[in-house]
Write a protein that binds this ligand. Structure first.
Ligand SMILES: *Cc1c(COP(=O)(O)O)cnc(C)c1O
Length: 400
């Protein structure tokens, strides 16, 4: 456009109202944070300019249409790429959508994916309800990765791991799994929600693809859903093409919130870690508790790998009660807590407690006959208050 319509007094008020204030200029400095840009239509100066942009956007990240991203979502992609140490990042409406798109981007009927027994439960459901009927074979390997070399076949196109694993945080040797996968021409994809880039960096350890539920620690405030996938340069193209083909995008408002959350990610994680370890130590000293799960604890089976590969831990601590503690008593314990909310997800600033059913969450390892398991997400509250709350909760067990 070569003229500014709002400055043309011969245009009707209705028209001038649509154009007024479109390119405001301000005297002074600039804001700390990037602007929030919402867009569906993106305008170009000429037909030639529009055509040129459309021709280049397959390889380059260009602002050409809302579904292809906005300056706000690009800013978040850049921050995630920095965090993950990868080539580029795509954003998805949820963490689960990010996992689903990753599987669809690299696998086709006839292929096989080897999945860790420790995956986030809805991923197991996705494997059985969609991938298998769609002709993609799925089999599960031990959460510590020790049987991947035996299970991998010529049809395996992807090894999909979650490390540390959901609920009890099993560790696997990621560089070793990368070597096995690559020797068979398969990709290694890792769900990095637990480590969130600060505590664990799968791409640096040999993975090709790293996925995070930004819903958790990146957003950090329990008020937004999002998923991210960051890859190496070599693995990038299929993800980018499939995501565009499926029209995958996120709201710039949500992207702006996640970007804001990420500014304090490292500081929050350090506090979650400190509080979680304090509570974990207290839990270890309770006679009713037989296991406390967090890989930073020396008693955890994955502790040596955690020490080698992780920069720290987070607010997640699960504990297993003695096998003779009835489930109902464990549920009363959780119900009696006042500072721990009862709800799904984690990674916000607040503490949570949920009952865990490991017999449903694992198929390769047998968890039957064990005591009730509770997962805590330890928040940023004063840990002395959280400990007092847990003490009250455990009193319920003593009076059963
Ligand atoms: C929560 C979670 C997801 C899914 O994230 P949503 O945004 O809730 O869909 C994926 N992987 C792991 C490990 C998670 O904890």
């Amino acid at each position: 456009m070569t003229h500014a319509p709002s400055e043309s007094p011969d245009l009707g008020l209705q028209t001038r109202l649509l154009h007024a204030g479109k390119a405001p200029t301000y005297a002074g400095g600039h804001a700390v944070n990037p602007p929030l840009v919402r867009a569906s239509t993106v305008l170009f100066d000429s037909v030639v300019a529009q055509r040129a942009m459309r021709e280049r956007r397959g390889d380059e990240r260009l602002f050409t249409y809302g579904a292809r991203g906005t300056p706000t979502t690009f800013a978040l992609e850049d921050a995630v790429t920095e965090l993950e140490g990868g080539f580029r990042t795509r954003l998805f409406p949820t963490g689960l959508a990010a996992v689903g798109m990753t599987l669809l981007a690299y696998l086709k009927p006839g292929d096989q994916v080897l999945m860790s027994d420790s995956v986030y439960e809805p991923v197991r459901k996705l494997a059985h309800s969609f991938l298998e009927p769609y002709g993609i074979g799925c089999s599960f390997f031990r959460a510590d990765g020790s049987d991947v070399a035996q299970r991998i076949t010529a049809a395996t196109r992807m090894v999909y791991v979650e490390c540390p694993g959901s609920l009890v945080y099993e560790m696997c040797d990621l560089p070793q799994l990368a070597a096995i996968a690559h020797a068979h021409g398969a990709l290694l994809a890792a769900d990095n929600t637990w480590g969130s880039g600060c505590q664990y960096r799968p791409l640096a350890l040999g993975a090709d693809i790293s996925i995070m539920a930004a819903t958790k620690y990146l957003s950090g405030h329990s008020d937004v859903m999002m998923g991210t996938v960051c890859t190496t340069r070599a693995a990038w193209q299929p993800l980018a093409e499939r995501s565009d083909a499926f029209g995958m995008t996120v709201s710039p408002d949500d992207a702006w919130l996640v970007l804001r959350g990420m500014r304090t990610l490292s500081a929050r994680l350090q506090m979650h870690e400190r509080h979680a370890l304090q509570l974990a130590q207290w839990l270890q000293s309770q006679p009713e508790v037989v296991n406390v799960f967090n890989p930073a604890l020396p008693a955890h089976p994955g502790h040596a790998l955690w020490q080698r590969d992780c920069a720290g831990t987070n607010g997640l601590v699960s504990f297993e009660l003695q096998a003779d503690v009835p489930l109902a008593a464990a549920e009363r314990l959780v119900d009696s807590l006042s500072l721990f909310g009862i709800g799904a997800s984690w990674g916000g600033y607040e503490s949570l407690a949920v009952m865990v059913d490991m017999t449903k969450a694992r198929s390769v390892t047998d968890w039957s006959g064990r005591g009730p398991i509770v997962r805590l997400h330890v928040g940023l509250e004063d840990p002395a208050d959280l400990l007092a709350d847990l003490e009250r909760g455990f009193a319920v067990l003593k009076h059963r």
